[in-house]
Design a protein around this ligand. Sequence first.
Ligand SMILES: Cc1cc2nc3c(=O)[nH]c(=O)nc-3n(C[C@H](O)[C@H](O)[C@H](O)COP(=O)(O)OP(=O)(O)OC[C@H]3O[C@@H](n4cnc5c(N)ncnc54)[C@H](O)[C@@H]3O)c2cc1C
Length: 300
Amino acid sequence: MNQRIVHGQTTSYEYDYLVIAAGTHTNFYGNDDMARKAFKLDNVDDANRICEAVQTSAFNTAIVVGGGYTGIEIATNLRRRLSSLNVSKQIVIVEASGSILNTLPEWMVRYVKENLAHLKVDVLVNSRVECIENNRVILSDGRVFDPSIVIWAAGVQTPPFVRDMKSEKAEQGRLNVTDYLQMEEHIFSIGDTTAFVDNGHPLRMAVQFAVAQGKLTGKNILRCLHGQGMRPYRSVDRGYIIPMANLHACGELMGVQCKGLPAIFMHYSMCIRRSLGLRKKMRMLRDLLKSLFGSGIVVS
Ligand SMILES: Cc1cc2nc3c(=O)[nH]c(=O)nc-3n(C[C@H](O)[C@H](O)[C@H](O)COP(=O)(O)OP(=O)(O)OC[C@H]3O[C@@H](n4cnc5c(N)ncnc54)[C@H](O)[C@@H]3O)c2cc1C
């Protein structure tokens, strides 16, 4: 019989059932120099590092690499932060393809572009960050920003141990699974690490799927232990929202287009509902109230 063992850094553990829920992290596409010099946003520590840099570094331009959801959220929040510090700096989103949010409907892209323009966030498309020399950033089109800080939001991949696993994978190193979210009889994979295929495409990475998959897998393991059959995973997509820091947002909920304050309220209510612990929920509520009743973002 195969031994079922997971090796940690210092200890190894035997398991009856294994659930892989390791998420993803920033992908620098093998560019170690960029990984050393640019900021990223994988967790709260990363966010604190960016906030500190914004407050303490000498820079004229903050460059956000990647015009996807994460890049847009970072750029607008940088503007909010700088405005609260009463500081005026250039913010630039550098996007390699021909448009920001290039897989989303036209009306959303237009809405986001207008809001970015209002917040004085510049967008450069068909352009890449080539290198960072000291605080000097050079783009593929020859533009130079000096001095700058760079925040990299140009893609994610699964952690190395997942990529090293000898099993079938989809794009970004995500694990292929069965209808029961299984890779093998005793091994489940859920959340961002997993490429569950729905309507011919892997589900996008989102909290709603990760939480639902976690709940189902917990129940399925109990069912296995009681000798009962497992239930298949059926994804329910409630939609998505692109939140921006000045109470602007747009998206689609249950197939209905929404934008502006209703979209922001939906975003916050989902975040508050899904976050764990009263303290976190209260912090998010406080953040929303501060945005609603604070002095707003001043762009000079
Ligand atoms: C800036 C940003 C904004 C986002 N906004 C939204 C949003 O508005 N709505 C939405 O639905 N989704 C959003 N997402 C995506 C959402 O965060 C993910 O889809 C969700 O967190 C996935 O949950 P998960 O449990 O699969 O992985 P994660 O939440 O990433 O959790 C994985 C955990 O595993 C840990 N881990 C990794 N490797 C190992 C290892 N070898 N050993 C032990 N532990 C390990 C990681 O440290 C991490 O804590 C956002 C993501 C980012 C980065």
